[in-house]
Design a binder for this molecule. Structure first.
Ligand SMILES: Nc1ncnc2c1ncn2[C@@H]1O[C@H](COP(=O)(O)OP(=O)(O)OP(=O)(O)O)[C@@H](O)[C@H]1O
Ligand SMILES: O=C(O)c1ccc[n+]([C@@H]2O[C@H](COP(=O)([O-])O)[C@@H](O)[C@H]2O)c1
Length: 193
């Protein structure tokens, strides 16, 4: 059975930090593929600076164009919003009964998992690959949970918030995002306001 890692995110925009995680998970773990699932709207975030989902998806596609084992997914575009992960997981499992889906998550998201819709069902029915982020220790009871595997992923402390603010301030974001993503942001004048 093919094991697919689902890396959910707003990707507003995708950056090198995301890509390092996705590629590590696809190449150094038991996962066969990683799908970057673009979420139209995270239920715990305000829409504020969120640009439209099609531009975010396009940037993900540009970023992973030639990457082996990485795919984008727009499955949440046609599901109700905000985007509840459990609903997407159930939808994907029905659509692809031959695949086994595994969640990929940073320890920052794990720390707020108790606020997610039906998080007990997520933990009961799905495996989660967690990469530790320095400022967010993995809660002890979750580290010991049979559904949780802590990975040793190299990290780069970079965020989409930092990138949006740099663009707004006229600062360079070269190397923080792939060149094609940089060209896309510049050509469409994204994140200027
Ligand atoms: N530099 C990074 N290293 C590891 N994980 C990251 C990094 N940046 C984001 N992530 C994780 O990637 C997933 C998707 O992230 P998201 O699209 O929210 O990016 P972000 O940079 O955290 O965005 P924002 O700054 O807008 O909140 C989340 O699980 C988030 O924890
Ligand atoms: O299902 C939930 O209740 C839930 C609560 C918070 C976040 N999520 C999902 O977690 C993913 C990470 O979001 P983000 O904005 O940090 O990239 C994104 O796909 C959200 O839809 C899901």
């Amino acid at each position: 059975m093919k094991r697919i890692g689902l890396f959910f995110g707003s990707f507003n925009p995708i950056h090198t930090g995301h890509l390092i995680i996705a590629n590590y998970m696809a190449s150094y773990t038991d996962l066969h593929e990683v799908w970057l699932v673009v979420s139209p709207h995270n239920p715990l975030k305000k829409k504020g600076s969120l640009i439209n989902m099609y531009d975010r998806l396009e940037m993900v596609n540009l970023a992973i164009e030639h990457a082996e084992g990485l795919r984008s997914s727009s499955v949440e575009f046609s599901l109700p919003q905000p985007s509840y992960t459990i609903d997407t997981l159930i939808h994907l499992q029905e659509k692809h009964p031959e695949k086994q889906f595994v969640l990929i998550m940073g320890s920052d998201n794990l720390a707020s998992l108790h606020k997610w819709k039906n998080y007990e069902i997520i933990l009961r029915d799905y495996h989660i690959h967690v990469y530790p982020r320095p400022a967010y220790p993995v809660p002890a009871e979750l580290a010991a949970h049979p559904s949780v595997t802590i990975t040793d992923t190299p990290l780069m402390e970079l965020s989409s918030t930092f990138i949006r603010s740099a663009v707004k301030n006229g600062q360079s974001i070269r190397y923080f995002v792939p060149d094609k993503v940089l060209d896309f942001i510049e050509s469409k004048g994204l994140y200027l306001h």
